[in-house]
Design a protein around this ligand. Structure first.
Ligand code: 13P
Length: 249
């Protein structure tokens, strides 16, 4: 059985005080959830404080990124070992905003993935095409390449815990979502690409959908066979909405 996961990517939103409040609200609501793992990814500045809030709950902590070097003179960077040392369990890697605005390449991501695993963090590896690529029918090739260039370098043991997120760039923060059929089609394709390398293990990989996922559309999208949950942006900033999405299986 693959894990059903709803993960909240807070991006560069909330003050630490607002983040702590949101985390407390989630802790108060999470008891109403069955069989779904909740993960939240606040900004770096909030992680330690939020770990104190969620520590005894079943909500897991993620960071939104990590450094591609171990330690040393890399001004502004935060290492995977620092993140792990404060109780961070997951790290979002390869988000399209990192690829687009911070020029992250497969080469950088391979280094980050290796460091994440070396420090016991589980990567949530993001793939997805932009609008032009979708319109040209290239979305399959784009996702395949993003997986082959990075995920194919993992060991079988590393692959066992990997979480994948499909996030079409044209659906992120736009209010447009992939239809549930479009999501199923590409999620099934992604699982096939994973299967080509890792065989039946790919049946156990959670593949999350991200892109304008809201309480009103989550149920339809999550009803599809190869959609195992969501990576949520905007709607993760409102506790009731995030929990409503998590109740949509
Ligand atoms: P939105 O849910 O705001 O579209 O963001 C999705 C996303 O990028 C999550 O990582």
């Amino acid at each position: 059985m693959r894990k059903q996961i709803v993960a909240g990517n807070w991006k560069m939103n909330t003050t630490p005080a607002e983040g702590v409040k949101l985390a407390k609200e989630l802790v108060a609501l999470e008891g109403s959830l069955n069989n779904v793992s909740l993960i939240i990814a606040p900004p770096y500045t909030h992680l330690s404080m939020i770990q104190d809030v969620i520590g005894k709950s079943s909500i897991a902590l993620s960071s939104q990124n990590c450094a591609d070097e171990v330690k040393g003179a890399y001004t502004g960077e935060v290492s995977a070992s620092m993140l792990a040392s404060i109780g961070t369990e997951y790290v979002i890697l390869g988000h399209s905003e990192r690829r687009q605005y911070y020029s992250e390449t497969s080469e950088t991501l391979n280094k980050k993935m290796a460091l994440a695993y070396a420090n016991g963090l589980t990567p949530i590896y993001c793939v997805g095409e932009n609008k032009e690529e979708r319109e040209a029918g290239r979305h399959f090739d784009v996702c395949r390449k993003q997986i082959e260039e990075v995920v194919y370098n993992l060991t079988e043991e590393q692959f066992d815990t990997l979480v994948v997120a499909y996030e079409p760039i044209w659906a992120i923060g736009t209010g447009l979502t992939a239809s549930s059929d479009q999501a199923q089609e590409i999620h099934a394709f992604i699982r096939e690409v994973l299967t080509s390398k890792f065989g039946a293990k790919a049946e156990n990989t959670s593949i999350l959908y991200g892109g304008s996922c809201k309480p009103g559309n989550a149920q339809e999208i999550f009803s599809k066979k190869d959609v195992d949950g969501g990576l949520i942006g905007g709607a993760a900033l409102v506790a009731e909405d995030f929990v409503a999405i998590a109740k949509s299986f």
